[in-house]
Design a protein around this ligand. Sequence first.
Ligand SMILES: [Ca+2]
Length: 317
Amino acid sequence: MSTDKTNCNKKHSISLLKAVSLLTLIAVLALSLVVFAACDKKRPQPKLLFSDEFDSDSLDATKWFVHGGTPNEGDPGEVRRGGWWTEDSISQKDGNLVIRTTYDAEKKTFYTGSVDSKELFTYGFYETRCKVPEAAGMWAAFWLMCDEMQQEIPDAHVGGAEIDIFESPFYSWGGAVQHAIHTAGYGDKKSDHGTLPIMLERSSEAVENGYEEWHTFALDWQPDSYKFYIDGELTYETSAPYHSPKDADYIEKNVSSIPSYIILSVEVGGNGGVPGDSPFFNGGHPVSGNSRMYDMKNFAVDFLVDYVRVWESNPYA
Ligand SMILES: [Ca+2]
């Protein structure tokens, strides 16, 4: 009897020990979940406000407006610097938006393209992954605009801004880009902020020009500042203070709060649709480092855009 009782007590103790161990384990797991949830709460993923992965066969017309006409059907499109924006220049292939620049040797005319988002945005984190056209004279850009910018209003809370997240007219300089912000319209009051050309980093010395590779370009537009990023690195930050070019007008922090549309575009050096001399264009012909003339009868270079995404704030911070 006594032995049975002892065994019974021992079994009871073992069961109790097991139960306590199990409870401890459950408590530790629960605590871990609480700690994990708390950590997760500190870094909530920001809301994705907009995205286009360009994965379908054609541009999503619910998201984008396409500039220009159709030259083959008699509509020359929309003149823009030394070329024309046409609808024919826009397509989608292999998961990318393609803006193709071509040349009509007979008419001595360049055709290229531009798309605007139909939705307007203000504060947020804007990012694209893209490969810019590899030819001098091509000027690809990812930028933001608003209709208010057409007026000469210094206060960006009223007049908005042109925000050039990146622009790429520097192929012949080895592959650089720049960031820029313009306010107060395009007349005498215009105020500019921006960087000097920033050389794109190359994956190896085997790559001669930064335009040969894919890069990401991003803007974090918040009420007090603009922050620009290339391949995840902060490359420029400003609150864009307004300095009047003509008088003493000064606004210390002049970050736009005006809803703006996203533009993906290519322009060609020149004016009034006529390709011409410019520091970037080398005498009217896209040349590579002054060493190679392109076959202008079959000229075609592409601006490839893998995606455009807009979050309410920096998803990587
Ligand atoms: Ca894509």
